[in-house]
Design a protein around this ligand. Sequence first.
Ligand SMILES: [Zn+2]
Length: 363
Amino acid sequence: MPTLTLTDQQRELLDASVAAGEAADVAALVRLALAESTAGVVRRPLPVERGRARDWRRRVAFDAGDRRVERWRHRLEPGTGKAVEVRAGQILRIAQVEGNQCADLNAFSLDDYREVLHVGRTRTLHGIHPSQGDLLWSAPPRERAMMLVLTDTARLNDTLFPRCSANMYESMFGFAEHTNCADIQAEAQREYGLTPDDVHDSFNLFMGTRVNPDGTCEVVRQQTSPDDHVELLALMDLLVVPNVCGNDIFSTSNYALRPLDLLLFDAAASDLERVPPLREYATQRTPRDFLQPRIRTERTLSRDPGYVPRFPRTPVGLHRLEIDLDPHDTALFARLARTDLYGADDDAALRDLVLSWWVGSHA
Ligand SMILES: [Zn+2]
């Protein structure tokens, strides 16, 4: 009789399925996993509530009409960036002027500057080239949708490359001073009292990139026209900081530095309707939830002598279940078990089979 060893959390997952009536008990659920892994997985709803629907538009401070209202415009000259307050429901358009110009972009919550755009989560959810219809997310533990890419005529955005920096140009080419995104961002953010350390991983607009078969990443020349633009619709009050990429010696902007235009609009009602339904979760944490909510002002680190570890859900408990399989199920398991990974460890192979089935079957 095979055993199935589960952590507390894995056991809760399967127990929730049992409680939802998917099977009579965990052993029956295992047999269902074996059957469906052979015959084809049946999609079923999650057995637990997943967040709650909340209308993000309660954050919008104006009445959206039939038409957009232009509030502000600014020419971003080469070598510069600009910190722009974009309130929930407003649209920031970043537009080409001559074409072929890359822009880097940072974003902060206006209410709490430690909530910043997280390129990693955005890349995980929307791929390496997020575009029209995709969301831009803040970093854990906040993980809120900050902006919707409302319009993207160029479809040439990148999440692979970091901002270029002064040191990049010095270490590679010996320039003591060269326009670069890190320093341009820092100078633009200084208008709001932020420091160079507050510049974070950039979302790159109008930047052609690809991953090569050997796993290396590459910047390629771009083809964007003077008409091309990206529009970002703010879903919360933000400080958005775009800058003209300072790189004129790589192909990023086809070996030139050109201006970009910024335009700020109050969205029309039809713009707001294009935001997909958003759910809110208890795990989108704010400083109210932090065990250490105070922002440090000392630069040196020293140990808190009163520190007592409080890692959630530890120690991790294990449950060892005996799973009764009839000869038919035993034959299915023998066929499905990943012996290439687990050898004779049937417990590990059964756990893999059950959990991979569970994740694959619950939409
Ligand atoms: Zn750059």
